[in-house]
Design a protein around this ligand. Structure first.
Ligand SMILES: Nc1ncnc2c1ncn2[C@@H]1O[C@H](COP(=O)(O)OP(=O)(O)OP(=O)(O)O)[C@@H](O)[C@H]1O
Ligand SMILES: [Mg+2]
Length: 261
């Protein structure tokens, strides 16, 4: 059965999209069937993974609020070997449109993804930097959430808000939602601050923090402008090694869970 993982943190620029793209590609190159859902009106994930080369009739917006089935909005890529439901600026209006719905507005994405969940091993949702209805929809659709945390000052600020949103979604819409893991991003071993933030995050989240961490790596920031994942752009980079290691960790923990179930 497929697993839906939301990559969420309402804080901007912490590495959600970089993680969505490269974790999706990493899992796909390890032989998993992967769908990446771009759920941010900025459309950075669609662009960065190379899914925006064609004009799309259907994006995640039409899936969310129109009659379009999720499977009909899927763009299949050859490189990396994964599927994408793209997003564009149309999604920016979705929050307001959904607000007018009296009931069921939190489950719109969930209801659409359920139909294709079993076609994939992993569905990765790139969330926008906000805590509005888009994020609630992603968390309601997801089995679990990965929280990227940038290794910088104020890293933990805002996490309390995210955690209480997660608890609220658990209580009201999705009791089975779990925290898949906390991912340290843009780690710079040369700075004392990065080391301190890492220690603090590990102290707070304990074993829920991934052993793999993502170093600050220029190649990771260059790859999207070529519409490539790190594995095509520079497979020998530290960034590629880190995301490959994360993908393995995600697979291992899912296998352990499946064995327990
Ligand atoms: N490990 C890294 N090393 C160097 N640069 C990085 C790394 N991770 C992300 N970046 C760069 O930092 C910026 C923010 O990353 P990204 O877009 O992934 O964050 P985000 O959380 O998705 O942002 P937003 O909240 O706007 O959606 C981008 O320019 C990206 O290329
Ligand atoms: Mg983003």
């Amino acid at each position: 059965m497929g697993k839906i993982i939301a990559i969420a943190n309402q804080k901007g620029g912490v590495g959600k999209t970089t993680t969505s793209i490269n974790l999706s590609a990493g899992l796909a190159y390890l032989g998993k069937k992967v769908l990446m859902v771009d759920f941010d009106p900025q459309g950075n994930a669609s662009q960065g993974i190379g899914a925006n080369k064609k004009k799309h009739d259907s994006t995640v917006y039409e899936v969310l609020l129109g009659d379009i089935k999720a499977k009909d909005a899927v763009v299949k890529l050859k490189i990396p070997p994964c599927a994408v439901i793209p997003a564009n600026i149309n999604l920016a209006g979705a929050d307001l449109e959904m607000a007018e719905f009296k009931v069921g507005r939190e489950k719109l994405l969930r209801n659409k993804l359920i139909e294709i969940k079993d076609d994939y091993d992993f569905i990765i949702i790139d969330c926008p930097p906000s805590l509005g209805l888009l994020n609630t929809n992603a968390l309601t659709a997801a089995d679990s959430v990965i929280i990227p945390v940038q290794c910088e000052y104020y890293a933990l600020e805002g996490l309390t808000q995210l955690l209480s949103t997660i608890r609220l979604v658990q209580r009201l819409f999705n009791p089975a939602l779990t925290i898949e893991g906390v991912l340290l991003t843009m780690f710079d071993a040369r700075t004392k601050l990065s080391v301190e933030v890492q220690q603090e995050v590990r102290k707070y989240f304990k074993e829920r923090v991934y052993k793999s961490y993502i170093p600050r790596n220029i190649k990771l920031s260059e790859a999207p402008s070529r519409e490539q994942t790190i594995f095509e752009y520079e497979v020998r980079s530290e960034g590629a090694k880190a995301y490959a290691s994360l993908a393995k960790e995600v697979i291992n923990s899912s296998q352990k869970e499946a064995a327990k179930a």
